[in-house]
Design a protein around this ligand. Structure first.
Ligand SMILES: C[S@@+](CC[C@H](N)C(=O)[O-])C[C@H]1O[C@@H](n2cnc3c(N)ncnc32)[C@H](O)[C@@H]1O
Length: 378
């Protein structure tokens, strides 16, 4: 037996001790550091479109993982807390529309794993649980998610395969697709991209198209959760930005990447959330750190190089969106996916606040058409 095979055969025995978990690492982590550095080297722009931390890096590493877990429990950051608390109920409304038989579950960006727990429990209670493959850029997030997701479930260790990988890179998705097909064969898979993760990417439509093209087969389903808005004017954009601004834990989370990748003395008053109208498709929220010291600073980056950070220059720490109905429908058409089920949870509304909510869509491969069911904004 080859040496590598001998090592693999030992793993089931090792996993009898619940303190150990396995994780397949799908890419060179040192290459990721070069990516963060490149984002922080971009030229000055006081409008927040210059230096940036791209999506995956906001969550990468232990500090960011812990800060994210805290933000999800913050009473002042209701978007995530309520999306986690109501997930089980919203999922129940869609689970009837799944294909028959055992289902494998691939969670793209599991976060704290609470939603995965709800989904796996519902499959398990009907004896339909196959393999569980959480996929995340952060190894620490994977370990946290796995522990939470599998609590009180009896999924055999051999059926759990966490994968550390950046799913926004086309070449990584080719490799992930091959791994999944070799694990499950032709049996159906439910993929998920939850918690409005899609909205964190500059090219959100392109990412959804890529995921559908490289992973989704006719027998599979894709569960997509996005934040939605009924209003699309300046007032709504400001209200969307405010949701993020009010949370101390969220502020700690977004600045945790700055703490890890720069030597900046962080001043929480230099953090702003700007709400913009992105045509008729979405409200866009940019979370920005601005140099307000009145002087030019110098940032030291992970490779020990330095970069000037002039007065009023910005670093974009996070991007988010709330999609309009038209924006969401167009994105599905462009990504060539069809909604086969949908639930919509309206957030709290008041006379001075537009109707925000969370939409959970069950998608299948195929040319996008209007989702079934009532329009949540009607
Ligand atoms: C907004 S959180 C959502 C967490 C969870 N799905 C939920 O709904 O509570 C985004 C998750 O995706 C992961 N993530 C973000 N960008 C990623 C990327 N490019 N590749 C892999 N994972 C990524 C983060 O580490 C995090 O776990």
């Amino acid at each position: 037996m080859a040496e590598r095979d001998r090592a693999v055969h030992r793993i089931p025995e090792i996993l009898r001790d619940a303190g150990w978990t396995v994780c397949l690492v799908g890419e060179e982590q040192s290459g990721k550091l070069a990516q963060v550095t490149a984002g922080l080297r971009r030229g000055p722009d006081p409008a927040g479109s210059g230096k940036l931390i791209t999506s995956g890096f906001s969550y990468w590493g232990l500090e960011s993982t812990v800060a994210w877990a805290h933000a999800c429990n913050d009473l002042y950051y209701p978007v995530m807390r309520e999306s986690i608390a109501s997930f089980s109920r919203r999922w129940r409304g869609l689970s009837e529309r799944l294909p028959d038989g055992p289902l494998h579950y691939v969670s793209l960006g599991p976060g704290t794993g609470q939603k995965d727990q709800a989904l796996l429990r519902s499959l398990d209670s009907r004896g339909r649980c196959g393999c569980y493959l959480p996929v995340d850029v952060s190894a620490e997030m994977l370990r946290l998610a796995q522990r939470e997701a599998l609590q009180h479930l009896h999924v055999p260790a051999a059926d759990v395969l966490p994968v550390q990988l950046d799913f926004s890179m086309p070449a990584n998705l080719d490799r992930l697709g091959t791994l999944i097909r070799s694990t499950v064969g032709d049996e159906p898979v439910v993929y998920s991209l939850l918690g409005n993760t899609l909205a964190n990417f500059d090219s959100d439509t392109q990412l959804l198209t890529l995921l559908a093209e490289k992973l989704l087969r006719p027998q599979d389903r894709f569960l997509l959760e996005v934040a939605s808005t009924a209003g699309q004017d300046e007032v709504a954009a400001r209200a969307a930005a405010q949701e993020y601004e009010n949370s101390p834990r969220f502020r700690e989370f977004v600045t945790s990447a700055l703490l890890q990748y720069t030597d900046l003395q962080i001043d929480m008053n230099s953090l702003t959330c700007e709400g913009l109208v992105e045509g008729d498709r979405a409200l866009l929220v940019k979370v920005i750190y601005r140099n307000r010291t009145g002087a030019e600073l110098e940032l030291t980056l992970p490779d020990r190089s330095t970069v000037p950070f002039p007065d009023q220059d910005t670093i974009r720490l996070l991007l988010s969106r709330k999609y309009t109905r038209a924006g969401l429908e167009k994105m599905l058409v462009d990504a060539r996916v069809t909604a086969v089920g949908e639930t919509h949870e309206a957030g709290h509304t008041s006379f001075d606040r537009p109707a925000f909510g969370m939409t959970l869509l069950l998608l299948a491969k195929g040319d996008g058409v209007r989702p079934d069911g009532p329009n949540p904004f009607d």
